[in-house]
Design a binder for this molecule. Structure first.
Ligand code: ADP
Length: 486
């Protein structure tokens, strides 16, 4: 009897391997960080071989430390940092260049050229994405243009491209496969026709031969051989999509928000791929049994990062979890902190805006700033949610939450208050890893259905004070948009 599923969670700063039992319970976790390479301002790279080595290290260690046998493992699920791009030599397995990470903006000039050439609309229509250096397409273009070795490899048909899921799958199984959620972030996939799009490939000058074969999110990706046992990889999804699945947001209109360094909100829109009129992205949430499920996505760049700034920049706290008590110790409602250190993302998309604190008085101190910082996570989330509700023409009644900062009760209650909807926090906040495990267990019905899900529900307390706060926040945003006009 197979007892376990292992989730590989390949993040931006670390690799983790998490062992789940049939009750979705975490039995053991192993985690290891890897290097961040920043050769120039705005450039962020990872060494793909180091990622592979780190991921395999945690995978083997989780098996060893938990004392299980290889033949007790049902399958493996993979979830990963999205968009990050690797090109490698098929004959040697050697990357031709470091992985260019999603945060890397070296291709922003090329993006501006594409916009000037009037390609933005058609790209958005086909991919659901805006033209931005965030996605894989321009990163592949950059490597093809800057690494001379690529030409020869291309002429021998020995060059392969993959996002990180694909890179891991190829190394673990020998198959050049990717799943549709990851493919939908390359900006080369037509998300309605579900195929690599020749017109998009011509915009970015990417030869189709380098692209992987498309698979569903719950699918057969091949076997990883360990100690003479073949362990199949049966589930793959990008991190934010995996979190949506892990939160079991299976119905249309269900949404989750992940509070990490940034905030990522995804709303399940079912078989309907809604094109956003309000600065959001359209993406593939998952694909199972031949059915593609879509989501709207909104991202806030600075969320938990604002709390990190209180710790590392202002040095007014030593640990993020101190903010909860500090915020509870003040009744001040005047301070508004907009932590737009690197511009404002959805739904404003103004990259010139800088971070600003409004409403200081002689009595303002660290408590007031901590409170305003926490409130800024919730108020930014509110702006994204309003855009989503407009695009999808619905009113959310419950928001599922996860990510490190969702442990903060002050933040969660304030979130419920400003959204005027319930906020639902699972007891197990590792939704991303669970999502990959659920996908890997999907086809064989691995997980038990009737496990109790103890969630904390934060219910809204509407008040004049909250309305006033929202008004002041909106005024602050408008002031900044005017002051930092593009
Ligand atoms: P990521 O996956 O982006 O690294 P995590 O989900 O691990 O992020 O969450 C860590 C982020 O959440 C950090 O930015 C940290 O400042 C913030 N954070 C963690 N705990 C708390 C807390 N109790 N209150 C507020 N912010 C927190």
């Amino acid at each position: 009897m197979k007892k376990y599923i292992i989730s590989l969670d390949q993040g931006t700063t670390s690799c983790r391997s998490i062992l789940f039992d049939r009750n979705k319970k975490i039995i053991h976790t192993e985690q290891k960080e890897f290097s961040q390479i920043m050769p120039e301002n705005g450039w962020v790279e990872h060494d793909p071989l180091e990622i592979l080595e780190t991921q395999l290290f945690t995978l083997k260690k989780v098996i060893e430390k938990s004392g299980i046998k290889a033949n007790e493992i049902e399958s493996i699920g993979i979830t990963n940092q999205r968009e990050t791009t690797v090109l490698w030599d098929k004959s040697t397995g050697k990357p031709v260049y470091n992985a260019i990470v999603w945060q890397d903006n070296r291709t922003s000039e090329f993006c501006k050229t594409l916009i000037r050439e009037g390609k933005e609309e058609i790209i958005k229509e086909k991919t659901g994405l805006v033209v931005d250096s965030y996605f894989s397409s321009t990163k592949i273009h950059w490597i093809l243009n800057n690494v001379p070795e690529c030409d020869k490899l291309l002429s021998n048909n020995n060059l392969l491209f993959g996002t990180i899921d694909c890179w891991l799958i190829w190394n673990l199984t020998g198959n050049h496969f990717t799943d549709l959620t990851n493919a939908s972030r390359t900006q080369l996939l037509n998300i309605k026709e579900i195929k690599w799009d020749t017109e998009l490939l011509s915009f970015f000058k990417v030869p189709i031969q380098v692209l992987p074969e498309l698979k569903e999110s719950a699918d057969e990706f091949g076997n990883w051989e360990f100690n003479g046992v073949n362990i199949p990889i049966l589930g793959v999804a990008g991190d934010q999509q995996a979190a949506l699945f892990g939160q079991e947001c299976y119905e249309v209109g269900m949404a989750k928000n992940t509070y990490g360094t940034g905030c990522f909100m995804l709303l399940n829109t079912g078989e309907n791929s809604i094109s956003s009129q309000n600065g959001l992205l359209t993406t593939i949430a998952w694909s199972i049994n031949g059915k593609v499920n879509y989501a709207l996505e909104g991202s806030v760049f600075i969320a938990g990062a604002a709390i990190q700034w209180l710790r590392d920049g202002l040095k007014i706290i030593t640990h993020a979890n101190e903010t909860e008590q500090l915020a509870n110790e003040t009744r001040d409602e005047d301070v508004i902190f907009v932590p737009s250190f690197s511009g404002l993302g959805a739904p404003y998309w103004n990259m010139n805006v800088k971070g600003t604190i409004f409403g200081l008085s002689r009595n303002s101190g660290s408590k007031e700033i901590c409170k305003a910082a926490l409130e800024s996570l919730a108020l930014q989330t509110r702006d994204v949610l309003i855009a989503m509700e407009k695009d999808a023409n619905l009113k959310l009644t419950t928001l599922a939450v996860d990510g490190g900062a969702c442990e903060n009760n002050f933040l969660m209650q304030f979130q419920a208050d400003v959204l005027n909807c319930n906020v639902s926090r699972p007891s197990m906040i590792e939704s991303t890893a669970l999502g990959a495990a659920l996908l890997a267990g999907y086809k064989n019905d691995f997980f038990t259905q009737n496990n109790e899900d103890n969630r904390d529900i934060f219910r809204p307390n509407p008040s004049h004070k909250i309305n006033q706060k929202i008004k002041n926040w909106n005024k602050a945003i408008q002031t900044l948009l005017t002051h930092y006009d593009i």
